[in-house]
Structures are given as structure tokens and as C-alpha cells.
Ligand binder design. Structure first.
Ligand code: PLP
Length: 439
């Protein structure tokens, strides 16, 4: 792939101009606007396998995969066929369908902590509903989240840490009244001492601890095994629920999600509630939350916790999700995906080392992250030590060479089954060229 720094993206620029007249910032989700990295967002026209094309006809190897869902790559024939058939049969009925049962069964079959799930349309909705359920089931209001973890944009979750452990959070968005986040306690990720202190202060009032077990919204940071073990113990001791937000990691880092990764290290480990999205919809708007029967029976219409959705369990979305889950549940799927992702990460580390660029990277299953410094970070403050200007140079250098990674340094990356070994090698070579310009 040739560097293309001279390339002027005329059609992309025109579309961006036009978009900004009718859509705030020209985008329907902020990170797409390239604000962090500068430049003109690429307007995508079509995708196939591991790649997509922009409005100027340029091809990019896609390491975002719609922020995770496209684990099979784009346009997998079996998924396409399932979606086309479902669309022909009807877009939406507002009445139950057999496919919702099939999808619920397919999800539950892979995740031992789940006995029941409720299907919804976005991760935001699923996370918000899981918090409501945790509060409803425990009769408590307060909950813990961690700095750098993203759980969607429900009001109570748009919060940053207050001034101390005794005070609760402050809103991170205009339009969120302080009273709405007064029950949200924000702690540092992987900080056991702080977690213990918080439980000592607020234990009897805590409904739940919500966590991204492998955080993908601060690039890629694993909760340490001791930290996770302590989360579980403290929740048990104090009658709080442990809620895993696996919207990103579910069916992405392993078939059983990040919880199956921790269960290898911690005997009998399970969260109480799990939030899913992204991969389970295969690129369609679909998400879910679930847990043991006794908790899920608290949901309407069985129990007192209200939750509903006009398009929940949508027939086309469930067809897409089901076809996706069937394919990724086949023997060896995750072995191969993990091998390719590992190959990418090892290749990037070696290329950076060869060019004398400080670099670290990690991956699990088909999800990866990298940092422009040597040691892997443990929390958000450490992630934020990345040199933004250097990251932007890397981002644009790769983009110019036809490799599309997330346009912000606090996002994870994703490999799909459609990425070939040759695609990975091309990517590593492109990165090496860019590293040379950075060193
Ligand atoms: C993407 C994401 C969400 C939000 O999902 P949406 O479908 O964008 O609302 C929530 N939690 C995590 C961990 C995510 O990665």
C-alpha cells in the first residue's frame, strides 16, 4: 500500500459540509467526527469482508468493525441470507416471535451466569435497565462505577468522580442534574484499596458494582484478577450485585465473554448480571441484559421493575444476531480469531521496537489495544498519559496507508474472522512505515 498523504478527499469533504448543516457536528455519534485526531471523517459507502470503501472510492482495512459487532467481517453470506429472509417475512410486529427465543437460548447456552435475558435495542438501554434491575432487586439506590468505563449515555452514568469517597459524582454532560448522579460513586479502576474503602463507607446502601471487566472504552485495560476477585467478595459480603458490562467483550474476547476469561483464574466466578450488545446483534441494533432467573423475574411483566421497547427483539435484528452467533459458536472459531489478533499485536510491538518507538499492546480473543508507551496501563489516568499528537500522527499515517483504526486513543480495536494473515501482515508493514516517521 502506497502512502497517500497528498490525497484530497473531495467527496468526503463535501458530504461532511452537507452533514454539518443538518446533523450536529455532521455525525450521529460524536467519535465519528474525527475531532480528537483532526481531518475529514470518511463517509463509508460499502463494506465487504475485512474492508470498507469511502465516498472517494478508497479502500480501508477495517479495525473498528462498527465498534465491535462485525466479528465475521462485513457481508458474510450466511448472515446476509438470514437478514434478507427475515426482512421479507416482516420488519417488525410488536408481538413475540420464535426467533427471540432462539436468540435468547443461543446467548444463554454460551454464558453460564445467564438463565434469562431481556432483549433491547442498544447497549445504553441494556446498561440502564440492568442498573434499574439491580436497584429494584436490592431496594438500594447507590452504585459504583469506574473511571474510564463507559456504560452508555443514561443520565446516572454520565458522571465523573467527586472530590472524595464520601462525596458522589459530578455530571460529565450538560443536561444531567447533579441530583441524578448523586447515587453514583466513581472509583479508580484496579484500585483495591479504594474499593474496600468505598464498601466500608457505603456497603449497606450499594445496589451494585458495574464494571467493564476488560475495559474497551479506555483503549484496552484488563481488570486485574485480584481486583476482580475483591469486587466479587465485597459484593457478596455486602449484598450488592456485580454487574458485568460485556457490551463490548461479550462474544468478542471469548464465546463466554470476559467472565469466562476470569473464571479460568477465579474458581466458580460469575457476575450477577450481564449486559450485552454489539456482537449479539451482528451489526443490527440489538442488545440484552440477563442473569439468574430469580433476578430476571423481577422484570415486568413478572415483577415490579418496569422496562419495555417498541422494537425490542426486532425480527430482522434477531435474525442477524442469531446467524452471527451460530457461526462464531463453531469449533475453533475463537482459536483462529485469537491467533490472528495475537499476530497483529505481536507484529505491531515488534515493528515499534524495530523503529525505536515506545509501545505496548494487549489482546484477548478478537479485541486489542495499544499504547504509545512501554508498560501496559492499569487505569484511566495512565491511559491518558498517551501523547495525543503522536497518536494522531499514527492514526493519520495508517489512514493514508489504507488502515482504519479508531479515531481516538481511548478506543479498543477489533479483528474479524474475515481478516486474513496477509491483511495482518500488510497492516504491520504500514504501521512500521509510520513508526519510522515517529521515532
Ligand atoms: C458500546 C458500549 C455501550 C453502549 O452501547 P450502545 O449500543 O452504543 O448504546 C455500553 N457499554 C459498553 C462497554 C460499550 O462498549
Amino acid at each position: 500500500m502506497k502512502p497517500d498523504t497528498e490525497h484530497t478527499s473531495t467527496r468526503n469533504a463535501e458530504l461532511f459540509e452537507r452533514a454539518q448543516r443538518v446533523i450536529p457536528g455532521g455525525v450521529n455519534s460524536p467519535v465519528r467526527a474525527f475531532r480528537a485526531v483532526g481531518g475529514t471523517p470518511r463517509f463509508i459507502t460499502r463494506a465487504q469482508g475485512p474492508a470498507f470503501w469511502d465516498a472517494d472510492g478508497r479502500r480501508y482495512l477495517d479495525y473498528i468493525g462498527s465498534w465491535g459487532p462485525m466479528i465475521l467481517g462485513h457481508g458474510h453470506p450466511a448472515v446476509l441470507e438470514a437478514v434478507q429472509k427475515a426482512a421479507t417475512d416482516g420488519f417488525s410486529f410488536g408481538a413475540p416471535t420464535e426467533r427471540e427465543i432462539e436468540l435468547a437460548e443461543a446467548i444463554i447456552a454460551q454464558v453460564p451466569s445467564l438463565e434469562m435475558v431481556r432483549l433491547v435495542s442498544s447497549g445504553t438501554e441494556a446498561a440502564m435497565s440492568a442498573i434499574r434491575l439491580a436497584r429494584g432487586a436490592t431496594g438500594r439506590s447507590k452504585f459504583i462505577k469506574f473511571e474510564g468505563c463507559y456504560h452508555g449515555h443514561a443520565d446516572a452514568l454520565l458522571v465523573k468522580a467527586g472530590s472524595g469517597l464520601a462525596t458522589f459524582g459530578n455530571p460529565t454532560s450538560a443536561g444531567v442534574p447533579p441530583e441524578v448522579v448523586q447515587h453514583t460513586l466513581v472509583l479508580e479502576y484496579n484500585n483495591i484499596e479504594q474499593l474496600e474503602e468505598a464498601f466500608a463507607l457505603h456497603g449497606p446502601e450499594l445496589a451494585c458494582v458495574m464494571i467493564e471487566p476488560i475495559a474497551g472504552n479506555m483503549n484496552f485495560v484488563r481488570a486485574s484478577v485480584p481486583f476482580m476477585r475483591r469486587c466479587r467478595e465485597l459484593c457478596n459480603e455486602h449484598g450488592a450485585l456485580l454487574v458485568f458490562d460485556e457490551v463490548m467483550t461479550g462474544f468478542r474476547v471469548a464465546l463466554g465473554g470476559a467472565q469466562s476469561v476470569y473464571a479460568r483464574e477465579i474458581p466458580d466466578f460469575q457476575p450477577d448480571l450481564t449486559v450485552l450488545g454489539k456482537v449479539i446483534g451482528g451489526g443490527m441494533p440489538l442488545a440484552a441484559f440477563g442473569g439468574p432467573r430469580k433476578l430476571m423475574q423481577q422484570m415486568a411483566p413478572l415483577g415490579p421493575v418496569y422496562q419495555a421497547g417498541t422494537l425490542s427483539g426486532n425480527p430482522v435484528a434477531t435474525a442477524c444476531g442469531l446467524a452471527t452467533l451460530q457461526l462464531i459458536s463453531q469449533n475453533g472459531f475463537f482459536d483462529d480469531l485469537s491467533r490472528k489478533t495475537r499476530k497483529l499485536v505481536d507484529g505491531l510491538v515488534a515493528a515499534a521496537r524495530a523503529e525505536g518507538v515506545p509501545f505496548s499492546a494487549d489482546c484477548e480473543g478478537g479485541m486489542f489495544g495499544f499504547f504509545l508507551f512501554d508498560a501496559l496501563p492499569q487505569n484511566y489516568a495512565q491511559v491518558m498519559k498517551t501523547d495525543g499528537a503522536r497518536f494522531n500522527a499514527l492514526f493519520h499515517g495508517l489512514l493514508d496507508r489504507g488502515v482504519y483504526i479508531a479515531p481516538a486513543l481511548y478506543e479498543a480495536g477489533f479483528v474479524s474472522a474475515a481478516h486474513t494473515d496477509a491483511d495482518i501482515e500488510t497492516t504491520v508493514q504500514a504501521a512500521r512505515e509510520v513508526f519510522r516517521t515517529l521515532s
